[in-house]
Design a binder for this molecule. Structure first.
Ligand code: NAD
Length: 477
């Protein structure tokens, strides 16, 4: 069985790379010719640990190749994965433009039976639209509209651990509908993922609509856990409790578990924000409301500015003359993805309030600059006060505070004494709750986590240093 993956982004490339590693002959298609050229030359346009190694190995063995020629790519695969983006439209619904344009392209090039597998995250009912778009083109070409089947196979990988997630899935959700081809489609999907089902069955079979909704349900549930903990953390701050104790206390309950209970400065990324919005939108278009999911989004939007609020409580809302260091720009560690990253909101707020910002991220710097240029296109002068530092320590020079926004491993155990020596004020606002408040107090570092106690942050004097009076002023006095 040969595989074509249409859309060579985070999901498409990982899918193609991993399936080629399992022995399938894979062609990855993308309309972005520059991206394809880079891939053909052995470059990997995204940062994803382990991806380059898998691609290099399989490219060398002739199991994976890249093209921007849709005709050739569609001809190649028995299975055609759709893995293009589904960004949010103006009203929050998922924009299906890319998916449906791919469907039409498939319809224009189909010659014999193909199984179309939708891997993009799409609202319930999209498979029907994909079917209709392909059939429309087939009929237009005077061909049978039944030359294909469409199944749903949502992707659950996490950026930063995508290869591992794909190769060791908790489960594989496959939605197949009854119809002319369902026996063949089910067998093909079974064959495709047979390697993962050897030890025990990991594939969860269902109908297409349920599979489409399962993906949104999973993301909404995970996002809700984060927002729930963020609300708890904000209350803990008011009550003088420590959310990290609460996290451990509830996580130990096997009904709750430890995952996704970390409070912080909000979630970002290409999935949770857009998928929760799209779910609310789908419900609304069917006359339903999703109160929990709506509240999840609202809490997250507020949470993105929590560190700026804490900072201005100490320093006042005008941050002119302040330098704020930022560690971490990507929406999470081990990726260069800046989509919906909380750092974008935080940095814009700091710049609007007059601060100078010096930021460091181990890999996302160039993408961050691009994202900030786009966010600040109406107020480009603000970027004059933004700089990308070349190291975490360089970002700290003369800083009045450090904000930690992404939990990269490099930031877990910094040299606090060296940091104190570099900073104008040793004040850490920890948006990922990486550090121990008591240990930092003992070191004389003021610390403000999210829902973590720290007295020094309340006591430290954050007034700007006044200029020493000059001789004339002294004489007049
Ligand atoms: N990124 C994740 O962690 C993740 C995880 C699970 C599911 N998803 C879902 O998977 C889908 C893809 O996400 P992504 O992060 O890989 O997106 P991405 O933006 O990184 O990649 C999409 C790719 O599709 C290409 N493309 C768009 N239209 C095309 C067309 N007509 N023909 C060929 N190529 C085309 C783009 O050029 C781009 O390279 C989305 O629906 C997303 O919600 C993403």
């Amino acid at each position: 069985m040969r595989v074509t993956v249409i859309g060579s982004g985070y999901v498409g490339l990982v899918t193609g790379a991993c399936l080629s590693d399992l022995g399938f002959k894979v062609v990855c298609l993308d309309k972005d010719e520059e991206k394809i050229r880079a891939l053909q030359e052995g470059d990997v346009p995204i940062y994803e640990p382990g991806l380059k190694e898998v691609l290099t190995r399989n490219r060398a063995d002739g199991r994976i190749r890249f093209t921007s020629d849709a005709c050739e790519a569609i001809e190649h695969g028995d299975v055609l994965f759709i893995a293009v983006g589904t960004p949010p439209a103006e009203d929050g619904s998922a924009d299906l433009g890319h998916v449906l344009s791919v469907a039409a392209t498939i319809g224009r090039h189909l010659k014999g039976f193909k199984l179309v597998v939708n891997k993009s995250t799409v609202p319930v009912g999209t498979a029907d639209k994909v079917r209709a778009a392909i059939s429309h083109e087939l009929v237009h070409r005077g061909m049978s509209p039944d030359l294909f089947d469409v199944v749903s196979n949502p992707e659950f990988l996490k950026e930063g651990a995508a290869i591992d997630d794909f190769m060791r899935p908790d489960r594989i959700v496959v939605g197949v509908d009854e119809g002319l081809h369902h026996v063949r489609s089910r067998r093909m999907m079974g064959d495709l993922y047979a390697s993962f089902n050897r030890h025990h069955a990991r594939t969860v079979w269902m109908d297409v609509r349920s599979a489409e909704l399962t993906k949104y349900a999973a993301n909404a549930m995970l996002a809700a856990r984060i927002s729930f903990m963020n609300e708890m953390a904000n209350l803990a701050d008011v009550l003088g409790a420590d959310v990290d104790h609460i996290r451990r206390g509830i996580g130990a309950d096997s009904r709750i578990g430890h995952s996704f209970l970390y409070a912080g400065c909000g979630y970002g990324g290409s999935c949770f924000p857009k998928d929760t919005q799209a779910l609310v939108n789908t419900a609304k278009s069917h006359g339903h409301s999703m109160s929990v999911v709506s509240a999840t989004e609202l809490v997250n939007e507020r949470q993105k500015t929590i560190l700026v609020d804490r900072l201005t409580q100490r320093m006042g809302s005008d941050l002119t003359g302040r330098k704020i260091a930022v560690w971490g720009l990507a929406f999470k560690p081990n990726t260069d993805d800046m989509r919906e990253a909380p750092s974008r909101v935080v940095i814009r707020q700091l710049l609007l309030r007059g601060a100078q910002v010096s930021a460091f991220d181990p890999v996302a710097g160039p993408h961050a600059l691009q994202a900030l240029r786009s966010d600040l296109r109406q107020e480009p002068h603000l970027l004059e006060r933004f700089e990308l530092a070349t190291s975490d320590m360089q970002a700290l020079e003369g800083a009045d505070a450090l904000m930690v926004l992404t939990e990269w491993k490099n930031f877990h155990n910094p040299d606090f004494e060296a940091m104190k020596a570099l900073m104008r004020k040793p004040f850490i606002l920890d948006g990922r709750n990486l550090y121990n408040p008591e240990a930092l107090s003992e070191l004389g570092v003021a610390y403000q986590g999210v829902g973590r106690r720290n007295d020094l942050a309340q006591l430290m004097d954050f007034s700007l240093p006044t200029e020493a009076p000059n001789a004339a002023e002294l004489m007049n006095a």
